[in-house]
Design a protein around this ligand. Sequence first.
Ligand code: CA
Length: 363
Amino acid sequence: MTLVRRKFLTRAALAGSVLGAPAVVGAQGKTVLNWKMTSAYPKGAPFYMDGPGSATDLARRIREMSDGRLNIQVFGAGELVPAFEGFDAVRSGTVEMNHANSYFWTGKTFAAQYFTAVPFGMNFQGINGWLYDGGGIDLWNEVYEPFGMVAMPCGNTGVQMTGWFKKEINSVADFKGLKMRIPGLAGKVYAKLGVDVKVLPGGEIFPALERGVIDAAEFVGPFQDRRLGLHKAAKYYYTTGWHESATVSELLINKAAWQKLPKDLQAIVSNAAAACNVISEGWCQKANSEAMEDLIKNQKVIARPLPDAVIAALRQETNKVLAEAVAADALTKKVHTSYMEFKAKFDRWAEVSEEAYHGKVRG
Ligand code: CA
């Protein structure tokens, strides 16, 4: 063993002793790091845990690119820690990584919301422009600095759907007393319009909707929603999601572990995460376009957007909820300002580029 390798092994072994992941010398004399990654989603969940750009695909890419020097064992929700305890598991160093969405951590720091989805926010192209080139990832890391963690995007569902309703929504008055499964910031907005907000894990949505425990439900999009069977419990599918316009998946990493990684392994992790960000979104376009066609043609689902007046009311309440959050926390204000300044420029550009193409030119 060379002196250089001995030094590295000592450093890596130290990292292992801190984080409980021993570095070992593999069969070919390579130093092998064994890391753990938890998830907020159950084992086998399409997009999140299984398939192109998922957590297991991310781990595979990192293993292959590093020639086995960084092995990441992936655990679904509940296998090592419960679904929403990944933040604390990474923070404490119990695991090195967690794969989820930053908006699950708004109870720890509200600004985390902006790195997943803001109602009436940017699309996949815009959010990536802000994250990679508009200072978004730097702000994400600033928000997690007090917790000793770093983060980066590693997936995206694209635009989600408003959700499933047993009855038509013709006006804001139809929200009064409506029991709806809708988590997060969007839930706060609906609540202001009289919705009785329920937060249920994915697996409990179908039985609750079918039995009438809830009258409406939001989950993800056509592929994921059909998999839960939501179309069998409600026929009105309100389309394009005002609440989640391009939902980002988060790779959360313990900062001490990250800083101890050799530079080439850091680059491999960053590049694998960026690849999964694009690949997962592409998979969603394919899966959702096929599922939507099936839902409309074969399952007799009635798909339509919410009425304009309802969208206007949701926008107004969203602005109030965000104004309250900005007034309450300086870091949220900083992230909000950066996001909205980027969005203003992006919107003007999108209007004469992508939107003009899809609206008038595409045919
Ligand atoms: Ca959703």
